[in-house]
Design a protein around this ligand. Structure first.
Ligand code: NA7
Length: 544
């Protein structure tokens, strides 16, 4: 099918990012189409329907700020919203702003090629459809390309299988079943206590134990909702200027400058907040100094030992191979307590590695396990996976894979040299997963919208980051990361969970407020690290 719509922009993905980008570009008068694999809006919140799936950021904070009316009308019910509640919210946003009419659901983008001569992107879909547009905006998410364990034989296995990131729309229960769960990241840690309550027998295959703390989830009170709604504008400003998209107090002391009693009291206070940042935020050096970090790590290990009654199991659950906070910490509801249940067993796959799936279950180097159902909580090819899944070709047919063999290269995580008029919302090398995603998404969407508006007002047709700007940004992102302990962990932030993926730090750790300042400066000074060109001048006018 050919493009009959004469599109200005194609947006790939209808999650938080794609929905807001559509809203903004429509406001600018652009004709847009959103292409979305799912049957409905939601992105991450459409796919991750596993039991216990919940956001780890306070609902009043993890929400759009662009519409004060939406902020006032929507009623969040819990401190940490469940997946169904976030999905309802996004459905409400789609209806409220009449977004669905420009979204094609059940449509997967397979290829996007830049046509130099026409100065347009040609986008192909799984349904054999071809669309063209001047601008292509990838709202494909940071954690959307799910991954399976890298062992063979899955086709042989006759029981049920479920991936946490591809959970079905119908309720899935495990009553009376023998269940195996592979993976102990956030998805495993949130779902394991619930699956354990249903299954006859549950075996958890752990490769790396994680640091987790009680979420302390609870209903929001009317008073706290009213207080936030009375002061939302000031709160949103503080979010935008903050380090992680949630306003938090800045620490001033070293963890090593206080007594053990003082330190443990401070960590205890952070622990009781039940959030991702209060513990690490107690001291300036927890994420940069190994000795300071170890004090926080040991505090959490002591908590694990206090809950888990079998000391051998407690030790297996205690992280020792990476600094606290350098892999995404988790919030849980009864995770460690689950290991005291008689129907729950823990297998350390570093001691006895996974070997293969069999017709009836799973074999490790130590034993064979029979299961009626296996749950894969094995995570994602983070930040680059969803982009790599599409055959994207820029100027002269250049591909991401040919340019990114040593790690992703972007300018500000939003633009890529040799890929004119292509934008990546919260792309690699932007704060993204180290921040409240909604705050970072809004910042990128607004920046992209202003940039497109600038291009049109300047009577130009293309905008493209220079290779020099990209190189400088790649260096800066790596340099800032190297000042922290993050590169020491085999985390998905480092691409370490995907065999063969280059080991580079994928997000930008300089902070949301600082990143916004850099992006704003680029725009305010007329996009000096980009080349703008008119169709008539192409391609000679563009140096790369
Ligand atoms: P994560 O955090 O990547 O967790 C995946 C888990 O699966 C983690 O424990 C992995 O161990 C484990 N894993 C992955 N591959 C294997 C293989 N082959 N064998 C054994 N174990 C394996 O994904 P989640 O979905 O839990 O959470 C992702 C993010 O979503 C989360 O951080 C929040 O930001 C929201 P590993 O640690 O790599 O050794």
């Amino acid at each position: 099918m050919s493009d009959s719509e004469g599109l200005d922009a194609i947006i790939v993905g209808a999650g938080f990012a794609g929905l807001y980008q559509l809203y903004r570009l429509r406001e600018l008068g652009l004709r847009c189409r959103v292409l979305e694999t799912g049957e409905d809006v939601g992105g991450t919140w459409y796919w991750n329907r596993y039991p216990g799936a919940r956001c780890d950021i306070n609902s009043l904070s993890y929400s759009y700020s662009f519409s004060p009316e939406l902020e006032q009308d929507w009623e969040w019910t819990e401190k940490y919203p469940t997946q169904p509640e976030v999905l309802r919210y996004l459905g409400h946003v789609a209806d409220r702003f009449d977004l669905r009419r420009d979204i094609s659901f059940e449509t997967t983008v397979t290829a996007a090629h830049y046509d130099d001569a026409a100065g347009r992107w040609r986008v192909s879909t799984n349904a054999g459809r071809e669309l063209t547009a001047q601008f292509l905006i990838m709202a494909t998410g940071c954690l959307s390309a799910s991954k399976l364990p890298e062992i063979g034989g899955l086709e042989r296995y006759r029981g049920r299988t479920h991936h946490t990131a591809r959970w079905g729309r119908d309720e899935i229960r495990f009553d009376g079943l023998r269940v195996g769960v592979i993976g102990t990241g956030s998805s495993g840690i949130q779902s394991i206590p619930i699956i354990a309550g249903q299954a006859a027998d549950l075996t958890i295959f752990q490769r790396t134990p994680n640091f987790s703390m009680p979420a302390g989830n609870r209903p929001l009170t009317d008073a706290e909702i009213a207080a936030m709604k009375a002061d939302y504008r000031a709160y949103r400003s503080a979010q935008r200027a903050s380090r992680i998209g949630v306003p938090t107090p800045e620490a001033s002391l070293s963890a090593l400058a206080v007594t053990e009693e003082e330190r443990n009291a401070a960590y205890q206070w952070g622990w009781e907040q039940g959030d991702l940042y209060s513990m690490t935020g107690q001291y300036v050096d927890v994420l940069v100094d190994p000795a300071a970090n170890e004090t926080a790590a040991e505090f959490v290990r002591a908590k694990i030992r206090a809950v888990v009654t079998d000391p051998v199991v407690a030790e297996k659950l205690s992280p020792r191979t990476f600094p606290y906070g350098t892999k995404r910490p988790c919030l849980d509801t009864g995770y460690y307590e689950t290991f005291n249940r008689p129907n729950v067993h823990l297998v350390d796959v570093r001691e006895t590695p996974l070997v293969e799936f069999t017709e009836t279950g799973l074999r490790t180097s130590g034993a064979h396990y029979e299961f009626d159902a296996i749950v894969f909580a094995t995570g994602f090819d983070a930040m680059t996976g969803a982009l790599a899944a599409i055959d994207i070709r820029g100027r002269n047919g250049v591909t991401f894979s040919s340019q990114w063999s040593a790690g992703p290269r972007t300018y500000l995580g939003v633009a890529v040299a040799r890929f004119p008029n292509l934008f990546t919302i919260t792309g690699p090398l932007s704060p993204s997963v180290l921040s409240n995603m909604v705050v970072s998404i809004e910042q990128h969407v607004e920046w992209i919208t202003d940039c497109i508006s600038y291009v049109r007002k300047a009577d130009c047709d293309t905008i493209e980051a220079t290779a020099e700007a990209e190189e400088a940004w790649v260096q800066h992102v790596a340099e800032v990361a190297s000042m922290t302990l993050f590169p020491r962990a085999d985390s998905w932030y480092m691409g370490a969970n995907v065999p063969g993926k280059p080991r580079t730090f994928l997000p930008y750790i300089g902070g949301v407020g600082e990143f916004r300042r850099i992006c704003d400066e680029e725009a305010a000074s007329g996009y000096p690290r980009f080349v703008l060109a008119r169709a008539a001048d192409r391609p000679e006018a563009v140096v790369s």
